[in-house]
Design a binder for this molecule. Structure first.
Ligand code: HEC
Ligand code: HEC
Length: 397
């Protein structure tokens, strides 16, 4: 009943919204034709039940488990002190609770993580993204996506999980450290992995043609593990798939206000992201030595997913906003006021950002709606030990 009411309200107001994610796009009600950008409020939808992999890297349960071992093994870092899991930990939705992460030369996990004494390593430039549902990066409003071309990073500088996974290994402050050069570290870590009999055997089993472990095999296994980190059964997904009682009247009200405020013009599709670049003028992180000017010095950053925000704060590329209420106040302030980032004027802002209209009285309802996008039932399994014998997850104890 509620669902019907919502549909009617939205249609009457000229919004397009897919209400039943089970049907193929063709069966769904024809979207209302938009007259102009301003009339198109965007659509949101459930995630698919299954994910796709690249043709040359199909997923199997065994490959996922090999990827898991590598993900938690600091053998992939120059100083054998940092693992992928150091900054993408299940406790934080495979993201990070620090504004900016500490990789090389650090100790501890989450809020307790700090640099060791005598430090000459910077923080990471940006807030670590969640890896939950990263298999679906790039998915459009009709559910189409190409795993090989999946957009990665806040500035879209990598394509696909396989390619992305070499970046942290090569980056000074994330995993490389000062002891190795950018062009030699990948070979170095592959050689180390190749020397460990347990890994050697697992690689041979998963990639029968693999005589010597190379970084390409390592990133394939890592990518298969990352793809498996799916959390696609939030109450929002259930509702969209037809479970009418999955959302309360107030949450549905929040969904309506979310769309009316213009949020879904960018936070659209099943990931609540268009995966495009937009200038919002979010404040800088003062810990950065140089200002972060985003994609091609345009101050544009990619729209993040709004899924699982309960466990992935702090928010924004700079990690400078701590709560969803404060994100809402940021959007409310965008109306007319200069943005908090000193390098961005109101004129520079993305036109869709200028169109956002948040009313103070609707903030709570919109936040309640965003909370329906959490799915706490995701894979949190941490291996007891890793084949290198190094501390699981790096120096996080
Ligand atoms: C020192 C912390 C740190 C470590 C270690 C680290 N990452 Fe990241 N990761 C980040 C940060 C910060 C970003 C965002 C960087 C950006 O967008 O410029 C990121 C982004 C990503 C993304 C992009 C997600 C998206 O939606 O675009 C993926 C995938 C990823 N990391 C996987 C990995 C893998 C695999 C490893 C290990 C090989 C790893 N990370 C190690 C901090 C880290
Ligand atoms: C013009 C496109 C656009 C519109 C419209 C928009 N957003 Fe965003 N949103 C973004 C981008 C881009 C970012 C990241 C900005 C950055 O870090 O510099 C973001 C960040 C966020 C975040 C932080 C998520 C995280 O993981 O860091 C939340 C929450 C959010 N938006 C909610 C909303 C809500 C609610 C609305 C409507 C009131 C809205 N957005 C409207 C593009 C948009």
């Amino acid at each position: 009943m509620l669902r019907i009411v919502l549909t009617i309200v939205l249609l009457v107001a000229g919004f397009t919204i897919i209400v039943d994610g089970c049907k193929s796009p063709k069966e769904e009600g024809t979207p209302v034709k938009s007259k102009s950008v301003a009339d198109d409020f965007g659509k949101i939808d459930a995630l698919p039940l299954e994910y796709k992999s690249p043709k040359d890297n199909p997923s199997t349960p065994e490959k996922i488990e090999l990827g898991r071992l590598l993900f938690y093994d600091p053998i992939l870092s120059g100083g054998k002190d940092v693992a992928c899991a150091t900054c993408h930990h299940p406790e934080f939705g495979y993201a990070e609770s620090l504004e900016l992460s500490i990789g090389v030369n650090g100790k501890g996990l989450g809020e307790r993580r700090a640099f060791n004494r005598h430090n000459n390593i910077p923080f990471t430039k940006r807030n670590a993204q969640s890896l939950l549902n990263v298999a679906f990066n790039g998915i459009d409003n009709d559910g189409n996506y190409i795993p090989e071309e999946a957009p990665m990073f806040w500035d879209l500088r990598a394509k696909g999980l396989e390619e992305q996974a070499t970046f942290p290994v090569k980056t000074l402050e994330e995993m490389r450290g000062h002891s190795f050069k950018e062009d030699s570290i990948a070979n170095e870590v592959a050689k180390r992995v190749d020397k460990i009999p347990e890994y050697k055997q697992l690689f041979k089993k998963n990639f029968p043609e693999c005589e010597t472990v190379t970084i390409a095999y390592i990133t394939k296994a890592l990518a298969a593990f990352e793809r498996s980190l799916v959390a696609n059964n939030s109450r929002f997904d259930k509702y969209m798939r037809g479970e009418k009682n999955a959302l309360s009247a107030r949450e549905l009200d929040g969904m309506k206000e979310f769309i009316k405020a213009g949020c879904a013009r960018c936070h659209s599709g099943p990931m609540l992201s268009d995966f495009k670049l937009h200038v919002l003028g979010v404040q800088e992180n003062e810990k950065n030595l140089l200002p972060d000017s985003g994609y091609n010095n345009t101050h544009a950053f990619r729209t993040p997913t709004l899924r699982n925000l309960r466990v992935t704060r702090p928010y924004m590329h700079s990690g400078k906003i701590q709560t969803l209420d404060n994100v809402m106040l940021f959007y409310e302030d965008l109306r007319g006021k200069p943005p908090p980032n000193k390098s961005v004027t109101w004129d520079n802002l993305d036109s869709l950002a200028k169109m956002v209209k948040v009313e103070f009285k609707n903030i709570d309802a919109i936040v309640e709606f965003m909370n329906t996008l959490n799915d706490d039932n995701y894979d949190r399994k941490i291996p007891d030990k890793v084949p290198s014998g190094l501390p699981v997850g790096g120096m996080i104890k």
